[in-house]
Design a protein around this ligand. Structure first.
Ligand code: PEP
Ligand code: MG
Length: 591
């Protein structure tokens, strides 16, 4: 139904890439893949050979695309297409397709599309957002192979004659990468998640994006019909920070968005301008602000915003979405890039933290009833020590080029800490024996299981540092699933029980004379950061975006006041009461 003069329609999706875009929109509908057909049994082997050649040609295309994206300054996003090339050559896809050709009499096109569909369904059925997003890659790859088979290898890329917001149900990553970036104002997708590759590319290219907007395409079709009747072009506005999408925004909405965009720009400029200022309290206590990063590409922004090193480099990105483990050299390359970006400051590499909740094909783990309480993180060393030894070798080699620290996730007690030290010694001694250059690495643990804190005195003397992973520490202290939205009331890290464990860690670290930091989300929450500093934490590691506000809040506060409030907070009955106390301090700091 066309709306003539209705109110502005707004929809909400998931904020996937920061920023505001407003302008005309263009609908990008995926070109349907070529239609498949049937063959006679005698043609099966020839058809399988034709499929193998097309898969190889598609893999070649994807490697060239990977090269193009990487050499435009986005190596991590380029890797998406290297992974797609590997999918094109995946024996599982080839075997299943060949079966369909031989047993069902499908031609190569029908077989490859059908086999990819089957495998994608299996990925989606695992119930993991990341793996479901990879199903889209598989379908994208199969469509490319099918186009090769049909003799028209290139998909039509929308030209975007004028700058526009691209709207689609979902966007294949290869299409997202080839859209003309100068004229791409933003992305609005009916489907997709924050971890879908189209969203990852949008973030890397700095293009605002909102995904998972239910009802978007129908609403836009409606609006387009209405606009056509009125003889005007329909307009769309998206807010990649709030997840809002406005169809035909009126002047009031446009002004509101413009002022949001201006405020965000001003905050970003102010954050950059203040990046070099130390985070010192008014009464002279210096707090070191470090960055949490998940890929080497995030280093530049963190450095620009004044991070004095990396307190948590999550290394899972190297291990997920691939058929074989990353080599030592590949890991060394990633670690060296980060070490170089942050020199002379230290980079803390966290050993692999995966488990039953994130299946990895080359690290099979028995299905578990409670993966968060199962064979996760360093616990995998009992069955696959070589995974950690290789990672540690790469870290020791990176240490020849700058300051490197390594910490182990999910340490429960002194025995786990000893496992870390043994694995590290194996890595170091191996490099020594092989005559490979390496440097010194400080070894530490993540404090994210309450027992590790309760028995800290039994092993702190043997390690160089501890880092409080408050995300898991809260989960394991309050027995509350960190991802369950129904348990929100338990998910505030300012819970007095958690503060008690932080206080205990500070005392144990002082007794052992080792360094202590916080790298859970709590450190980037400006209100909670005041509580942590009050409890004696002087190293806070957070996502780059949180650095400016935490810095400003600390600079406006008095340590003496924070310390007193933290002491009282330990005796409060609830997180609500603690938060109210520190919010009052924070309001004073920013006044
Ligand atoms: C944590 O648990 O606080 C932490 C930093 O690790 P992750 O969020 O990666 O589990
Ligand atoms: Mg953790």
């Amino acid at each position: 139904m066309a709306r003539q003069n209705g109110p502005v329609q707004s929809l909400t999706g998931t904020a996937a890439s920061s920023g505001i875009a407003r302008g005309p929109w263009i609908l990008v509908a995926p070109e349907p893949p070529p239609a498949g057909g049937r063959i006679d049994p005698g043609q099966a082997e020839g058809e399988i050979a034709r499929l193998a050649a097309a898969a190889e040609a598609a893999a070649g295309d994807l490697e060239r695309l990977a090269e193009r994206v990487s050499s435009s300054g986005h190596p991590d996003e380029g890797a998406i297409f290297d992974a797609q090339a590997a999918m094109a050559r995946d024996p599982a896809l080839a075997t299943l397709s060949a079966e369909r050709i031989r047993e069902r009499g499908e031609d190569a096109i029908a077989a490859t599309l059908g086999a990819a569909g089957e495998l994608a369904d299996q990925l989606r059925a695992l119930g993991d957002e990341l793996l479901a997003a990879r199903a889209a890659d598989l379908i994208d790859v199969a469509a490319r192979v099918a186009r090769h088979l049909a003799g028209r290898p290139e998909a039509d890329v929308p030209r975007l004659d004028e700058a526009a917001i691209v709207v689609a149900h979902d966007l294949a990553p290869s299409l997202a990468a080839t859209l003309p970036r100068q004229r791409l104002l933003g992305l609005a997708l009916e489907a997709g998640s924050k971890t879908a590759h189209a969203a990852i590319l949008a973030r890397a290219y700095g293009i605002p994006a909102v995904v998972g907007v239910a009802g978007l395409l129908v609403a836009l079709a409606d609006a387009a019909a209405g606009a056509h009747l009125e003889g005007r072009a329909p307009v769309l506005a998206i807010d990649g920070d709030s997840g809002e999408v406005f169809i035909d925004p009126d002047v009031a909405v446009a002004e509101r968005l413009a002022s949001r965009a201006a405020a965000a720009d001003a905050a970003a400029s102010r954050g950059l301008a203040e990046a070099a200022l130390p985070a010192v309290t008014r009464d002279g206590v210096e707090v070191f602000l470090l960055a949490n990063i998940g890929t080497p590409d995030e280093a530049a922004r963190s450095v620009a915003l004044g991070a004095r090193g990396v307190g948590l480099f999550r290394t899972e990105f190297l291990f997920l979405e691939r058929a074989t483990p990353p080599s030592e050299d590949e890991q060394l390359d990633a670690y060296r890039r980060v070490v170089a970006a942050f020199a002379p400051h230290p980079v803390t590499i966290r050993l692999l933290d995966v488990g039953g909740d994130k299946p990895i094909p080359y690290l099979p783990i028995e299905p578990e009833a409670n993966p968060f309480l199962g064979v996760r993180a360093l616990r995998l060393a009992a069955v696959r020590p070589e995974v950690f030894v290789t990672q540690l070798r790469a870290a020791y080699r990176a240490a020849a080029h700058g300051q490197v620290k390594v910490m182990a996730p999910m340490i429960a007690d002194a025995t786990d800490a000893a496992t870390l030290l043994e694995l590290a010694e194996r890595a170091r001694a191996g490099l020594e024996a092989d005559g490979i250059a390496h440097g010194e690495v400080a070894l530490g643990v993540m404090l994210e299981i309450p027992s590790a804190i309760l028995v800290a005195d039994s092993y702190f003397g043997r390690i160089a540092f501890g880092s409080l992973g408050t995300n898991d520490l809260l989960q394991y202290t309050l027995a509350v699933d960190r991802g369950n939205p129904q348990l929100e009331r338990y998910q505030d890290s300012l819970h007095p029980a958690l503060l008690g464990l932080v206080a205990r860690s500070v005392e144990a670290a002082e007794r052992a004379g080792i360094e202590l930091s916080v790298c859970g989300e709590m450190a980037g929450d400006a209100t909670a950061a005041l509580a942590l500093v009050g409890l004696g934490i002087t190293r806070l590691s957070m996502s780059a975006g949180s650095l400016p506000e935490v810095r400003r809040t600390i600079r406006g506060s008095d340590f003496a006041e924070m310390r007193m409030a933290a002491g009282e907070a330990l005796r409060e009955p609830s997180a609500v009461a603690v938060r109210a106390r520190f919010e009052a301090l924070r309001a004073g700091a920013l006044a």
